[in-house]
Design a binder for this molecule. Structure first.
Ligand code: AP5
Length: 238
């Protein structure tokens, strides 16, 4: 058994279609459980701001893939995650939002964790019907400075267009345009949905219905997580 399951650290992967609410739940889990949150989407978006016009060829290519709603090549994403050693070894644990997204990435993560002597506790898989996802993405507004997530109807900022947290400007992500959303959904079904079976077979999959308020979903996530841990410890005790 890995140290992750014996220690008090909590190590999670968040799975779910674009717009299912992973980022919103990641923020709640990060704050309430004091985990290190790692979003590959945010890391990739951060590349552009950090590098300005001095993007490498691989970075430029990665950002073009993102804008079109396609996945960034596995090697680029795995290298970005592998650089986040401190986060992976955070004493309270980590949560990975948007990684892994392909079987090759899942296997790379297994290897990264094995080398680091770490293990996953659970894969929280957020499940929501397509109509609800489309409504969530259509109304999403993101802070360009601190990445806080809003929704024009369900989570509006106090002042229109201004982030409550840092005062930064809010706007729509490039890949929330309808044609990019269509590509992201198709890519999710083809490349990422099969990961549910991969983690089910490892006894890590924890499906969470993603309807209701963010707070209700957060509470549901904790209940499901405890149930999975309980089932695991009773099967170890058998
Ligand atoms: P990424 O940034 O990871 O985006 P995503 O997976 O498409 O997910 P989203 O951020 O769109 O949605 P979410 O599930 O986080 O929902 P949110 O909480 O914002 O990736 C973007 C791109 O980067 C990819 O397409 C790819 O190109 C690249 N990339 C990233 N990782 C990669 C990888 N590993 N490999 C290859 N490429 C990679 O919520 C959505 C909206 O709904 C918000 O407005 C929110 O306020 C609202 N909302 C949330 N919860 C609720 C609720 N309970 N009730 C009502 N409204 C809600």
């Amino acid at each position: 058994m890995s140290d992750a399951r014996e220690s008090s650290a909590t190590r999670l992967v968040l799975l779910g279609a674009p717009g299912a609410g992973k980022g919103t739940q990641a923020s709640l889990l990060e704050q309430r459980l004091d985990l290190c949150a790692l979003s590959t989407g945010d890391l990739l978006r951060g590349l552009q701001e950090a590098s300005g016009s001095r993007l490498s060829e691989a970075e430029r290519e990665a950002l073009d893939h993102m804008r079109r709603g396609e996945l960034v090549p596995d090697g680029t994403v795995v290298a970005l995650v592998a650089e986040q050693v401190d986060c992976l070894h955070h004493p309270r644990g980590f949560l990975l939002d948007g990684f892994p997204r392909t079987l090759a990435q899942a296997r790379a993560l297994d290897e990264l964790l094995r080398v680091g002597g770490l293990g996953l506790d659970a894969v929280l898989s957020y499940e929501l019907p397509l109509e609800a996802i489309v409504a969530r993405l259509g109304g999403r507004r993101t802070c360009f400075a601190c990445r806080a997530i809003y929704h024009v109807e369900t989570r509006p900022p106090r002042r229109s267009g201004v982030c409550d947290r840092c005062g930064g400007a809010l706007g729509q992500r490039d890949d929330d345009r309808p044609e990019a959303v269509r590509t992201r959904m198709q890519t999710y079904e083809r490349e990422t949905a099969p990961l549910a079976t991969y983690y089910q077979e490892q006894g890590l999959l924890c499906p969470v219905p993603a309807h209701g308020t963010p707070e209700e979903i957060f509470e549901r996530s904790l209940v499901r997580l405890e149930a999975l841990r309980g089932a695991r410890s009773s099967s170890v005790g058998d």
